[in-house]
Design a protein. Structure first.
Length: 134
């Protein structure tokens, strides 16, 4: 049994919607039991305000987060890499656990379209967390 907590990196293209919501859910649900990172292959200037609003509705504040560029080091330092539509832009290292979550992109969508994406992300994060904290 290791004392080191697992680390998860969520990656999407702009690091403005899906990956930020996933990171917000994992921080909320795991507390300090999991190290959480997020990044984008082509980061946006700011987080999608509709994603911020959708998360605020469930009591999670992601307003302090900023889109970050995906680095090789972030991938190397993570145990699990969850991609969301970044395709070949994500570096691959043997021995890492990779999952690709096929999720609709909330960019340019209204709150009614983003809520189901937020809720689907929550379910996937809950499953991931149950696997990580066995």
């Amino acid at each position: 049994m290791t004392d080191q907590k697992p680390s998860v990196l969520f990656v999407c293209v702009h690091n403005a919607g899906r990956s930020q919501m996933a990171a917000g859910w994992l921080r909320e649900l795991a507390g300090d039991r999991v190290e959480v990172r997020s990044a984008g292959s082509m980061p946006a200037d700011q987080i999608n305000p509709v994603a911020v609003e959708a998360m605020r509705e469930v009591g999670i504040d992601i307003t302090a987060e900023q889109p970050k560029v995906l680095t090789t080091e972030a991938v190397q330092d993570s145990d699990v890499v969850i991609t969301m539509g970044c395709g070949d832009a994500c570096p691959f290292f043997p021995g890492k656990r990779y999952e690709d979550w096929k999720l609709e992109d909330p960019a340019g969508q209204g709150i009614d379209a983003v809520r189901p994406i937020r809720d689907e992300i929550k379910g996937r994060v809950e499953t991931l967390l149950a696997e990580l904290l066995v």
